[in-house]
Design a binder for this molecule. Structure first.
Ligand SMILES: Nc1nc2c(ncn2[C@@H]2O[C@H](COP(=O)(O)OP(=O)(O)OP(=O)(O)O)[C@@H](O)[C@H]2O)c(=O)[nH]1
Ligand SMILES: [Mg+2]
Length: 250
């Protein structure tokens, strides 16, 4: 008598029974081309910087529709050196021991050739004692106009030597840009030459700058020690590639 144990064994599941076998033979041929995906890092992006134009007057500046970031601050604060460090190019912007080296608004394009996606603006410094008063006032007006009216301006980096702290002219600049910062313009106080500070002096300067920055941020930076460089490159990328509220990029 047949028992349960003596019934014939169930067939083992095989691959061919689990998978639908394709009847039509696959034609052998070249594999489809997969487009190469190049990942660009913020530092790589910064390295694409090249000179765009220079202007002594606001009306000489070209109207641009790509986001622009302005580097401002007192003379000798380290603006041009910061741009050279960020872009990993020795002499893109003119840096010098002699204050007052930058006397025009210099624009640098970022992004691969032909696909500029942002612009950096190196501005002349203010507060250099040897500059005649008339020239100082003229320049302050040009800069204030630039900061208030430049339509594609996406962010301002105010460079400040923490050993000197915020000067009176820095405070004036803060007042000028405050309404735009309140409306959402990106703003960073960058404490330069941090290699000159001890760790605790740096921390103290940073906490003061954070308060002074209002709605903005504050960071330490040293071109000499390369402190804060990648962090700044990332921030510049974020500012210029922010999604618009409707989810699109500008
Ligand atoms: N120790 C140190 N020195 C720096 C640093 N950054 C800039 N400097 C020096 O500061 C001086 C002024 O630098 P610049 O970059 O020309 O300053 P700037 O703000 O562009 O000056 P203007 O064009 O006059 O407005 C130069 O002697 C630089 O070598 C830094 O991170 N550490
Ligand atoms: Mg300069």
């Amino acid at each position: 008598m047949a028992t349960e144990n003596s019934s014939p064994p169930a067939p083992k599941p095989s691959l061919s029974s689990a998978v639908k076998v394709r009847k039509t033979p696959v034609k052998a041929g070249p594999l489809p081309e997969v487009p190469e995906v190049k990942v660009i890092t913020p530092m790589g992006w910064m390295h694409t910087a090249r000179f765009l134009t220079t202007a002594a007057e606001l009306f000489h500046l070209p109207a641009l529709d790509v986001p622009e970031i302005a580097f401002v601050g007192r003379s000798n604060a380290g603006k041009s050196t910061c741009i050279n460090t960020l872009t990993q190019q020795k002499q893109l912007a003119f840096a010098s021991k002699k204050p007052g080296r930058t006397q025009h608004i210099n624009l640098f394009s970022l992004g691969k050739q032909g696909v500029t996606d942002a612009v950096l603006a190196d501005l002349p410094g203010y507060g250099y004692a040897a500059v005649p008063k008339q020239d100082k006032l003229r320049w302050q007006k040009v800069m204030a106009n630039y900061l208030v009216t430049r339509e594609n301006l996406k962010g301002i980096v105010l460079l400040c030597d923490p050993r000197l702290g915020m000067t009176e002219l820095d405070e004036v600049l803060l007042e000028v840009i405050r309404p735009r910062v309140e409306e959402g313009l990106n703003f960073l106080v960058l404490l330069t030459k941090s290699d000159k500070l001890t760790r605790s002096e740096g921390a103290k300067a940073l906490s003061i700058a954070k308060l002074q920055a209002g709605g903005g941020q504050a960071k330490l930076f040293s071109a000499l020690k390369k402190q804060g460089v990648e962090d700044l490159a990332q921030l510049m990328w974020d500012w210029t590639h922010e999604a618009e509220p409707d989810g699109t990029h500008d």
